[in-house]
Design a protein around this ligand. Structure first.
Ligand SMILES: [Zn+2]
Length: 102
């Protein structure tokens, strides 16, 4: 019974037009893929002050005025000379320890 109705439907559709050209709206290739959604979700940033979702390119929150910036907020706490000093000290320690072993 079910087999017969399916066969009839397929035959009827084939006669009505080119079935091959029909694109199912659920599998639209032009639609937003998961990668696109992921990319767009990265554009927004959440304000640390009030939690408002803001665009990534804004400098401050329009709601509470807090400084917003994807980059520079973490690095700004440690100046370059401090980083260089640490690197030099670590290198000196490494050289000293290697000499002590040898
Ligand atoms: Zn805010």
């Amino acid at each position: 019974m079910g087999e017969d109705s399916r066969e009839l439907a397929r035959r009827a559709r084939a006669r009505s037009g080119p079935v091959e050209d029909y694109v199912d709206p659920d599998t639209d290739p032009e639609g937003p893929s998961e990668a696109d959604i992921e990319r767009f979700s990265n554009v927004t940033v959440t304000c640390a002050g009030c939690g408002t979702e803001l665009m990534d390119d804004v400098s401050e929150c329009w709601k509470c005025g807090r400084q917003v910036g994807g980059r520079g907020t973490h690095e700004s706490g440690l100046p370059l000379w401090a980083v260089l000093t640490v690197v030099v000290v670590v290198l000196a320690l490494a050289v000293w320890m290697l000499r002590a072993v040898i």
